[in-house]
Design a protein around this ligand. Structure first.
Ligand code: AR6
Length: 188
């Protein structure tokens, strides 16, 4: 079966997928943005499991249970802070996507949703980040794995439109705001 790429404008904490990816920091102890939202929605058991993981380096990924989330797992990855692009930021961002997908595949997961890693507090330019994200996912999916569905879960309409523009040439499934539940339908 050919894996599908989808773009969705949604709160990632609401998605019914095997794993949602968290744009965390190296402590894995929670924070603001999507990290804070995931920890709030998952409940205090999540931070308790995170405390056992000894943090996470930039570009790497670690997996936990999803606890009160609909998602069965959370894959925590740490994006680079943008310092102008000459400090390995593109490579580190690519590694976040590669390592998150590899971890999901190691666990036999089929569906995974990513937020726009590093593009909030960490200030990575959104256009470049989306290009890197899409390229990394496409390269990963060229080899057979358990992964059947990858969702780019955008919080803003601007991000959703950005991913749609990039995805259009490869015929990806695209979802609009207000089509709640479509992702779940698509994932069966
Ligand atoms: N669902 C989906 N996307 C979201 C949600 C949500 N509920 N909330 C925010 N976003 P950011 P970073 C989007 O700042 O830049 C934290 O404090 C948001 O619009 O969450 O990687 C961590 O602890 C943006 O597009 O992550 C770290 O210290 C994207 O998520 C630091 O921020 C990423 O924005 C990580 O910064």
């Amino acid at each position: 079966m050919t894996p599908t790429l989808q773009t969705l404008q949604a709160d990632i904490t609401q998605l019914d997928v095997d794993a949602i990816v968290n744009a965390a920091n190296t402590s894995l102890m929670g924070g603001g943005g999507v990290d804070g939202a995931i920890h709030r929605a998952a409940g205090h058991e999540l931070v308790a499991e995170c405390m056992t993981l000894n943090g996470c380096r930039t570009g790497e990924a670690k997996i936990t249970q999803g606890y009160r989330l609909k998602a069965r797992h959370v894959i925590h990855t740490v994006g680079p802070v943008w310092h102008g692009g000459g400090n390995g930021e593109p490579e580190l961002l690519r590694a976040c996507y590669q390592n998150s997908l590899a971890l999901a595949a190691e666990h036999g997961l089929q569906s995974i949703a990513f937020p726009c890693i590093s593009t909030g507090v960490y200030r990575f330019p959104a256009d470049q980040a989306a290009e890197i994200a899409l390229e990394a996912v496409k390269v990963f999916l060229q080899k057979p794995s358990s992964i059947q569905t990858v969702i780019f879960c955008c919080f803003s309409e601007a991000d959703r439109a950005r991913y749609e523009r990039l995805l259009s040439p490869i015929g990806a499934t695209q979802q609009s705001p207000g089509q709640g539940g479509v992702a779940e339908d698509a994932l069966g």
